[in-house]
Write a protein that binds this ligand. Sequence first.
Ligand SMILES: C[S@@+](CC[C@H](N)C(=O)[O-])C[C@H]1O[C@@H](n2cnc3c(N)ncnc32)[C@H](O)[C@@H]1O
Length: 400
Amino acid sequence: MIENQRSLDNYVTLNGDYNYETGRNGEKLVYGSFWTSKQRCGNSIQEISYRACFKPQLPDFFLSKYSKIGNIVLDPFAGRGTTAIESALSGRIPISNDINPISKILTEPRLMPPTYEEVSNRLSYIMFDTNESAEIDLSMFYERKTEGEIVSLKKYLTSKKEEGKEDYIDKWIRMVATNKLSGHSKGFFSVYTLPPNQSATPAEQIKINKRRNQKPLYKDVKKIILKKSRSLLKDITPAIRENLFAISKNAVFLEDDSRNLKEINDNYVDMTITSPPFINLVDYAKDNWLRLWFNGYDHSKYEDKITILNKLEDWSLFIKETLNEIYRVSKIGGHVAFEVGETKKADLSEIVYGLGLNVGFSHIITFINTQKFTKTSNIWGVDNNKKGTNTNRIVLLQKK
Ligand SMILES: C[S@@+](CC[C@H](N)C(=O)[O-])C[C@H]1O[C@@H](n2cnc3c(N)ncnc32)[C@H](O)[C@@H]1O
């Protein structure tokens, strides 16, 4: 047990059941189910799939404790933008960085949400030519007419972007379509395939079709986009929309490597909330190949850029360089909540603790969320029965 528990309680201000321990290196740890009670209460606008995303309750927990309205909040590994959206919803100003360009495509439009009517009107204006076809073979994913609709939409969005005329409604439609390209239920443009946050390769899809004895059926692209828009916008009241639009004017989107956030000044960021790529687990370029194609990117160009590290030493060096950069951009007094999954091989939070001290941070405490995950709850976006994580550790650092 740590000695100054009372003062730490005041600082951390936890509710419910939790208990303190001391880690192997003398670091403070606290175990608990920190956001269970609110688990199902995330805003509807967060419901976008991305591999290894965290639940909105995680940034919400840290934002409410260690940041104020108007603060600048950074996520250097933004993914689907969970931190950015949660920050904006609570009046903070996000800097959302990810080397994968899909991150901005999924995040920015949700800071400028159109109304359902605006989406509906815009869709009815876009002309679909069902005879269009993609320059690559997508017949294993899409029925011929569906492919025509997707390609028509892709062309419409590309020309609007090239003309500099892509507005918040077009960007919203791009975001929803990107999310609906492929998935494992009827609500996607594709035939049954992997979950939407992972794309099968064409060869893998041919095998899936054979095994399931299935072929792609027609899907109404506009109808699917409208249905998803309705559910995403469910919790967006006029007041929330107005606040999000106001925040979006100051929000920043970057595509930097986390080790060199060159556009961000020294001592600029109030709080960082993030989770880095896992070791040897997720191939973001491959997972996003179809999403990259739809948005006019060649996924092979991202294979070297998006970091995949197989060895612990390489991962540690990458994290050290990233923490060093986060230290540079953090204000004095600024906090960093750094979430790492658990692996069988090593306790990554111990590594982050050591590296954090090494680059100059003070360690406040490491939160260990002891939420029990069932196979179906899948609350971290990683299946429990796979080589994934089911307990999460968040190392809380401060630049003093
Ligand atoms: C675990 S995910 C983050 C998920 C995010 N917390 C969310 O809720 O969606 C890690 C992210 O790091 C990004 N990434 C990988 N290498 C990177 C690098 N060198 N610099 C910046 N981002 C990188 C990946 O594209 C991926 O989106």
